[in-house]
Design a protein around this ligand. Structure first.
Ligand code: DOR
Ligand code: ZN
Length: 405
């Protein structure tokens, strides 16, 4: 933007939010369902440098500042021990809440473990951080319906994560055949406790780039048919097939989308050589899939929402002959998403994706406080510290176009 541009304030489409209290509440009706809270209207304001496009349309206006209802991260890895002190503050600076993945070593399989883990996360928060970790349980072949009911009754547990055994980092204790977890799934459906899915088959005969599509075919279709009332989230979707499956799917099916899958295609893993810091699971896909993910994210469709899947691994664990899957985006996550929405001329849709659709799907109150982003480059360090070890963040040594004001 040039100095003499006239900066005006424009009202984008009206959205709804929960008020008046920003406190996180898990509200249950007599029938143990999470209740929808009431909504009030909200207007996104953005300063723009020239005429806005018609409401909701994509445009090339140059927006300099953006105020959003504070967003939440609906898929996050923070690990444990010393790592917590390094990574939790990055997320707490930007987000009000985050769904915390349970793939620790050993995994978080019980409510008691989830509550202890929550305490360790809270202890790693900077003073005055209002951040709320939303805990999850790790589904195993032994997860009992009783444990599921305990989870549903616990105000700090919000979902159960299904890792197909062997699909990704610390998934060895996951479920080999989801049909064998039917009793737990039935209990989850009864309690409306969401199932979060790492949606990839582990069949070695299936090409690594096709594992998500085959998961839909073999497992997700069965899950939807067998548990039509169970809220399900297909996590970190990576393909056009997944985006269109979710879009045309039932209301109990949603998807999260990461910043890295929106910003990179699979060439990033091979740019000038092997690039382990762009290796994650599900693996990055070809450009046409990235474009389809962007379309889904900016579509305004309420069943697509933000989940970073930020997954810290020490540098040495990534740069190895069997490097770990995972990309650390938490440091600049919101700025990265803002880049995507800006490039697509859809900044007016960022708030829905980042702050509204997630709580609505989880039937939680929307946040009431706001954050401001400014279009000013944020440098990303080459290295950051992960619990005393060096780690390489996404975009290391580069910069992100947007930052917190
Ligand atoms: O890239 C990934 N990293 N994908 C996952 O599913 C797990 C995560 C991790 O825990 O490192
Ligand atoms: Zn993950």
């Amino acid at each position: 933007m040039i100095a003499q541009d006239i900066v005006r304030t424009v009202d984008f489409p009206k959205e709804r939010r929960i008020g008046p209290s920003g406190r996180l509440r898990k509200i249950r009706c007599a029938d143990n369902r999470l209740a929808r809270a009431r909504a009030i209207s909200w207007i996104v304001r953005a300063k723009i440098a020239r005429d806005p496009a018609p409401t909701g349309a994509r445009s090339n206006v140059s927006i300099e500042r953006l105020r959003l209802i504070r967003p939440d991260d609906w898929h996050l890895h923070v690990r444990d021990g010393a790592m917590l002190d390094s990574v939790v503050p990055d997320t707490a600076r930007q987000f009000a809440r985050a769904i915390i993945m349970p793939n620790l070593k050993p995994p978080v399989t019980t409510v008691a473990q989830a509550l202890h883990y929550r305490q360790r996360i809270l202890a790693a928060l900077p003073e005055d951080a209002g951040f709320q970790p939303l805990m999850t349980l790790y589904l195993t072949g032994q997860t009992s319906p009783e444990e599921i009911r305990r989870a549903a009754d616990c105000e700090h547990v919000y979902a159960v994560k299904y890792y197909p055994a062997g699909a990704t980092t610390n998934s060895a204790a996951g479920v080999a055949n989801i049909r064998q977890a039917s009793a737990a799934l039935k209990a989850m459906q009864d309690c409306r406790l969401p199932l979060l899915m790492h949606g990839e088959v582990t069949d070695p005969a299936v090409d690594v780039f096709d594992r998500e599509a085959v998961f839909i075919e073999r497992d997700l279709s069965w899950l939807l048919a067998s548990f039509p009332e169970l809220p399900m989230v297909l996590e970190h979707i990576t393909t056009a097939d997944s985006a269109s499956f979710v879009r045309s799917g039932p209301d109990n099916l949603a998807a999260t989308i990461t910043a890295h899958h929106l910003l990179e295609n699979r060439n990033a893993m091979f740019r000038g050589g092997l690039r382990p810091h762009h290796y994650c699971l599900p693996v990055l896909k070809r450009e046409a899939h990235r474009q389809a993910l962007i379309e889904a994210a900016i579509s305004g469709h309420p069943r697509f929402f933000l989940g970073t899947d930020s997954a810290p691994h020490p540098k040495a664990a990534k740069e190895s002959d069997c490097g770990c899957a995972g990309i650390y985006t938490a440091r600049t996550a919101l700025g990265l998403y803002a880049e995507v929405f800006e490039a697509a001329g859809a900044l007016d849709r960022l708030e829905g994706f980042a702050s509204l659709h997630g709580p609505d799907f989880y039937r939680l109150p929307r946040n009431t406080d706001t954050i401001e982003l400014v279009r000013r480059p944020e440098p990303v360090p080459e290295l950051i510290e992960f619990g005393g070890q060096p780690g390489v963040p996404f975009r290391a040594g580069g910069e992100v176009r947007w930052r917190l004001a």
